[in-house]
Design a protein around this ligand. Structure first.
Ligand SMILES: [Zn+2]
Length: 259
């Protein structure tokens, strides 16, 4: 039955500065309506990090605050929200602490990490000890994808760590993603943001790598989840079992989500 959807890629809002809605004058988000909109669209569980595009405050303060807000929202949403935490390669020890805190709360997701919002780059050497630690702790890492080869080094050097790239992308970027998926079994892809509007994109992915490494994600509230739901559910080129894998089974397996 195609009646379950887990949105692997969202960015819940606890404070106004964490709101990444593009047309802010058109809609007022509250903690309540953020979730109600998802439920109305048929999404029952949602995952992801709280992000804050503001670059004025101290970055460590911002990272810790985003994580604290994610835990508060997790309580408010009573298990329907699976939080993702931030780490930061400038602060290795503090990142270990954040992973320990997550583990103690049975939170297994790191990210979505969005390096450009927190002033670091994929080639930052400090990321590797943190990924080592995440690997040991059985965490899953979601990251805003890039065509930089630095992301390939994350996958190569941490073969037992599952890394989920966000956004299939278009044209040459899409083919770079596909090449990575074929090369690294520990790489998965969420279908949020760019890519879904190209007819046949999902069919191409499923043909090349199967449907078990593709996750439904929207990037709500930056993007509209309904576009992505329709892109999977009403897709004439996919089998029902592929749709099930993408819509919820893969996320359920990865993060042990009860649905
Ligand atoms: Zn995102």
């Amino acid at each position: 039955m195609l009646n379950k959807i887990i949105d692997f890629h969202t960015h819940p809002i606890f404070k106004p500065e964490q709101n990444i809605l593009m047309y802010k004058d058109s809609y007022d988000f509250t903690i309540e309506n953020f979730k109600e909109n998802l439920l109305k669209s048929g999404i029952s569980k949602f995952c992801g990090s709280v992000i804050n595009p503001n670059k004025d405050s101290s970055v460590l303060e911002k990272v810790l605050d985003n994580n604290a807000c994610a835990y508060k929202l997790c309580e408010i949403y009573e298990g329907d929200y699976i939080p993702g935490i931030h780490i930061h390669p400038d602060y290795i020890e503090e990142s270990f602490n954040q992973i320990d805190e997550a583990s103690s709360r049975e939170v297994r997701l790191i990210g979505e990490l969005v390096p450009y919002l927190d002033g670091w780059d994929y080639s930052h050497k400090g990321i590797h000890p943190i990924l080592d630690y995440a690997e040991k702790k059985g965490m899953i890492v979601s990251v805003h994808s890039t065509d930089s080869d630095a992301l390939d080094s994350w996958l190569r050097e941490h073969p037992n760590l599952i890394i989920v790239g966000a956004h299939p992308g278009d044209w040459s970027f899409f083919f770079k993603q596909l090449e990575r998926l074929k090369k690294y079994d520990n790489y998965m892809l969420d279908i949020s943001a760019t890519g879904i509007t190209r007819f046949g994109m999902l069919k191409k992915l499923v043909d090349e790598i199967g449907s078990k490494r593709i996750l439904f994600g929207s990037d709500y509230p930056s993007c509209d989840p309904n576009v992505f739901i329709s892109g999977v559910l009403q897709n004439p080129l996919l089998s029902d079992s592929d749709k099930e894998n993408i819509l919820f089974k893969n996320a359920q397996r990865l993060l042990n989500i009860k649905i």
